[in-house]
Design a protein around this ligand. Structure first.
Ligand code: BEZ
Length: 216
């Protein structure tokens, strides 16, 4: 997937959305944002995905995280599509803005192109308050995303950021579960950072690199 990737600053494009026009950096300012693209309006998988985002919107709001959709059609088409999205997923309200990209000029600049289809993709970037990409997913048009996983990955990023990346989250981690201590942190530093203590897994190598701490 050539183009902007982890650690890169998202270009400060002026975008037209279902809410108003704005520059991306103004939208990203001071909070985390989930930016997610879709192949097109009035398509079945996208309709389910945008509905799920609408249903999960309160989860993102509780975390102070903004949502921003993108679909490769125009604003009128997006507005006409929203009633379908909300009708298909009961309890869903599309309260987040959706960017219009009818000429497919924005998706290459945001690295949201499906390289197999050479067209719009199911891409998703989680963007930090510094306007840099912290995580990216790229799914083919035939596979709808899992919003629980989006939320779980976001919670991992927020947890790591809260601990200045001195911790990481292990496989299948969920909030309230123990985290692991980064290999860059010495045992001496770990004792100061985690006064409540941490456990070092006893492994055949005896290298002591897998240290688990409860930070909840
Ligand atoms: C869909 O959203 O359902 C879809 C879009 C493009 C290709 C296949 C499925």
């Amino acid at each position: 997937m050539p183009g902007i990737t982890l650690g890169d600053t998202v270009p400060n494009l002026e975008v037209e959305t279902t809410h108003k026009n704005f520059k991306l950096h103004d939208y990203f300012a001071d909070s985390w944002t989930v930016l997610f693209s879709h192949p097109g309006d009035f398509t079945p998988v996208c309709t389910t995905e945008l509905g799920a985002m609408g249903k999960y919107a309160h989860e993102f709001e509780q975390r102070g995280v903004k949502l921003l959709g993108l679909s490769c059609d125009d604003i009128q088409s997006h507005k006409d599509w929203i009633p379908d999205i909300e009708a298909f997923t009961p309890g869903s309200k599309v309260t987040y803005p959706i960017i219009a990209d009818p000429n497919k000029e924005i998706i290459p600049q945001l690295n949201m192109v499906d390289p197999i289809e050479n067209g719009p993709s199911r891409a998703l970037h989680i963007v930090g308050p510094d306007c840099k990409i912290k995580l990216s997913f790229l799914y083919p048009s035939t596979t709808g995303r899992n919003m629980d996983e989006v939320l779980r990955a976001l919670d991992s990023l927020l947890m790591a950021a809260k601990h200045k990346n001195k911790i990481a989250t292990p496989v299948n981690w969920k909030p309230d579960e123990p985290v692991v201590i980064s290999p860059a942190v010495s045992d001496e530093e770990a004792k100061k950072l985690f006064p409540q203590g941490f456990k070092t897994a006893e492994l055949p190598s005896k290298k002591g690199y897998l240290r688990v701490a409860d930070v909840s």
